[in-house]
Write a protein that binds this ligand. Structure first.
Ligand SMILES: *[C@@H]1O[C@H](CO)[C@@H](O)[C@H](O)[C@H]1NC(C)=O
Ligand SMILES: *[C@@H]1O[C@H](CO)[C@@H](O)[C@H](O)[C@H]1NC(C)=O
Length: 190
């Protein structure tokens, strides 16, 4: 009896160590607490990601829908107040048929009265390989007509817990309603 409880104790200790060492994608609050307890022993890592975002307001399949506008939105060249909700694929290449790495989910709105610039509030939900199930949260300004737009990554979950980073957006193609946008991402995580 005593031996059995000792074995159980050792097994659960081993499981805890394994979870702490390898991290866990489970959102079990105990696992999250353990992960924080061991944070001082974790090394900071830098991860780079590269993918394309397919923003279709008109082309099939639709990935962005209008959810709000103001009474001056369509009198304004900058579309001030127009707000879109998106659930759009992220792929390794610019073609919509290229390999899926995840989805961009959230909303963006035209937040500048003078030029076309978006407030981006999105989560990237990764669905592949070692990032499967992990997310990154983006909050930033995206002046869409500029060649390169820099946005902040303010957090993450799963392997990206406590992330901070920068996402750089470059328009790959745009026809007035639909866009493919290239993203280069650098994040610090643990
Ligand atoms: C837009 O709505 C505001 C608040 O209701 C109003 O004061 C303003 O006159 C409206 N503007 C236009 C262009 O209709
Ligand atoms: C990602 O994880 C989900 C849930 O665990 C699983 O069903 C799916 O097969 C995984 N996808 C890949 C590509 O590994």
């Amino acid at each position: 009896m005593k031996n059995l409880s000792l074995v159980i104790l050792l097994c659960s200790a081993l499981l805890n160590i394994l979870t702490v060492v390898h991290g866990s994608l489970q959102d079990d609050p105990k696992q999250v607490e353990l992960w924080f307890k061991n944070l001082a022993n974790r090394k900071q890592k830098i991860t780079k990601l590269h993918f394309y975002f397919h923003d279709n307001a008109q082309a099939k399949p639709i990935t962005a829908v209008q959810v709000a506008q103001s009474n001056i939105t369509f009198n304004s060249l900058s579309l001030f107040g127009l707000t879109m909700m998106v659930d759009a694929p992220l792929t390794t290449g610019p073609e919509p048929t290229s390999k899926l790495v995840g989805r961009a989910q959230g909303f963006y709105g035209f937040s500048d009265q003078h030029e076309r610039s978006l407030l981006m509030t999105l989560n990237w939900v990764f669905t592949n390989g070692k990032h499967n199930g992990s997310t990154l949260s983006i909050l930033g300004r995206n002046p869409v007509m500029h060649a390169h737009r820099e946005m902040s990554i303010v957090g993450g979950s799963g392997v990206f817990r406590l992330s901070r980073g920068i996402a750089t957006a470059t328009t790959y193609c745009y026809d007035g309603m639909n866009a493919v946008v290239e993203f280069n991402v650098v994040v610090i995580h643990y």
